[in-house]
Ligand binder design. Sequence first.
Ligand SMILES: Cc1cc2nc3c(=O)[nH]c(=O)nc-3n(C[C@H](O)[C@H](O)[C@H](O)COP(=O)(O)O)c2cc1C
Length: 372
Amino acid sequence: MADLKIELTNIEFKNPVMVAAGPPSRNASMIKKCVEGGAGGAVSKTISTVAAEIPKPCMAEYKHSFLNTELWSELSPKHWIEKEYKEAKKCGAPLIIGLGYTTKELTELIPKVEKFADAFEISTHYIGRDLTPVINTLKAVRVCTNKPIFAKLSPGIPDIEELGKTLEEIGIDGLVAINSVGPCLKIDIESGLPAMGSKEGYGWMSGAAIRPIALRHIYELAKVVNIPIIGVGGVTSGKDVVEMFMAGASAVQVCTQAIVEGPQAFNRINKELNNWLDEHGYDSIDEIKGITIEKMKKRESANYITNVPKIEKNKCVGCKRCVKSCVYQAISMVDDKAVIDETKCFGCGLCVTRCNTNAIMLTNQASQEYSY
Ligand SMILES: Cc1cc2nc3c(=O)[nH]c(=O)nc-3n(C[C@H](O)[C@H](O)[C@H](O)COP(=O)(O)O)c2cc1C
């Protein structure tokens, strides 16, 4: 069994998969369920100085993704301070307290909740996309507490590397990337109205669909900062955790998958992570951190060599998914097994990613060099 323990800013986590700020951490009872379900740590739902009034409907599942229009906690800070944080502290996992948004709100809240916090996660979601206000807010927060501070970044900030470097310089202990993506629109075609109850009808996207966006942010940040990055956005499986670590994450968070699957998602994800590490001969999760960054240093240019995939016949189940989607018409069925015509194959790689049984593989030298 590989070692999944991690340490962030001197805080020990039994595994790297935390529950993110959101409905699965909306109160102490849900946090407890997530920790019992295997979460290595918890970020409590973001609170602000007043309880949020949340427009409804506020959540919808949407093909490999999820929309929400939740703002911050619908529970008041008073309620969190008197009840929820105390209970959440008893759950046996590190508690990172989620806070938002303005300097005034944050500096008012921190002294009141500090005694419950192992660390803080400051959401920059409503501060905007300009770097200066985000940096100024975090500077003000930094002088307010000696506890570790993680800054949660929203996608779409134009110069994420610059922001990451400056936050490190001003003493922020870690970065959390990313918050949900948007705004987005989903329409209920029976009513013709947006699925979300917000004033404009917009929502924010999370879930598997946003993982590539999250990975790009993690990867860019990890190349320029030394502080830990907590990856969040579309983690649904142990392999997704592997991907985030390879991009440079030191831990991950899960929100949407813990909503749709329930808190037992954490145990499953950790089990899959463990299996993957064992199968690939790694003793600890730390060994895979930043692998992609290292490999990309050696890859100087894009690869223009046509890489004709190979098919392992015994794994091919004859489903024709690859045949149907080959726009180069290079794949046909022979005796119920897929066969590739090397003269037609463009090496686009799509069939490799469409095959459900891993029967199709890229095997030429270039791909081996960059595969793990
Ligand atoms: C319904 C819902 C509510 C959320 N509430 C918060 C919140 O209060 N504070 C915050 O920083 N992020 C919040 N998020 C964003 C998540 O923490 C996370 O960054 C995002 O959903 C991407 O991760 P996921 O794909 O695992 O859900 C919320 C997400 C959802 C789906």
